[in-house]
Design a protein around this ligand. Structure first.
Ligand code: ADP
Ligand code: MG
Length: 223
């Protein structure tokens, strides 16, 4: 589904250069449940941003479902993001004035796919918060908010869900239950998950573990 060929990302080119990714080669298949791990500054967020078409590589080739991402215009990248990729963030990034239901619905509207109210409720039910549909983010715990953001990522039936340190703001009990929800959704809907973490307990959920160090893949193993 995803192929990186010698993907390099250099911030501040020509000035004080930061080499965030260096000649990264990787292939990610459909249905994978993969973690990208490594110390702070190793390039995890940069990697996920490029996979998610939120940023573009400085050099190298990126193929998403056979399409050369490196050649696309910003508007085409945003269409891929809205229609094909779900995002989960460390700080949930819900819209504070919208309810759980409305936060999920927004993703559906942006994807321009047809939907019914039941589709939204079913997704909230999938992540275990059907009873919280009318709550605002400030009326929910961190774990509950992260479930809303999983529902928001999932509702448009994307090919790929990317999660950048999704459990970093949660206590270990909530972190484990969020990982269990993600894994259950991976199995139920065959959607590929790629998540970053530096928590060994969270890494253990992955079937494939890829370690980044100084912008390079240092280890890539299946469990
Ligand atoms: P991680 O998520 O593993 O902590 P990042 O991908 O955020 O790593 O960062 C990799 C390197 O790139 C770090 O040295 C970081 O300081 C640098 N970096 C990240 N974003 C930018 C940016 N927008 N401009 C300049 N340097 C950046
Ligand atoms: Mg990061």
């Amino acid at each position: 589904m995803i192929t990186f060929k010698k993907i390099t990302k250099t911030y501040n080119p020509g000035k004080i250069e930061v080499h965030a990714l260096k000649d990264v080669d990787i292939t990610i298949e459909k249905k994978e449940f993969m973690t990208i791990f490594g110390p702070s500054g190793s390039g995890k967020t940069t990697f996920l941003n490029i996979v998610g078409c939120l940023d573009v590589a400085t050099s190298g080739e990126y193929l998403f479902e056979g399409e050369r991402i490196s050649d696309l215009k910003p508007i085409e990248l945003s269409m891929i993001r809205r229609e094909k990729i779900g995002f989960i963030f460390q700080t949930y990034n819900l819209i504070p004035v919208l309810t759980a239901y409305e936060n999920v619905e927004i993703a559906m509207i942006l994807s321009r796919k047809r939907y019914t109210k039941d589709d939204i409720y079913k997704t909230l039910e999938d992540v275990g918060i059907a009873d919280l549909a009318d709550r605002l983010p400030r009326e929910m715990s961190g774990g509950q908010q992260q479930r809303v953001s999983i529902a928001r990522a999932l509702v448009k039936s994307p090919k790929l869900i990317l999660a950048d340190e999704p459990t970093a703001n949660l206590d270990s009990e909530n972190a484990m239950s969020i990982m269990e929800v993600m894994k259950a959704m991976n199995e139920k809907y065959d959607v590929t998950f790629v998540f970053s973490t530096h928590d060994p307990l969270v890494m253990e959920f992955a079937r494939r573990l890829v370690k980044l160090k100084d912008g390079k893949i240092e280890e890539d193993r299946l469990k």
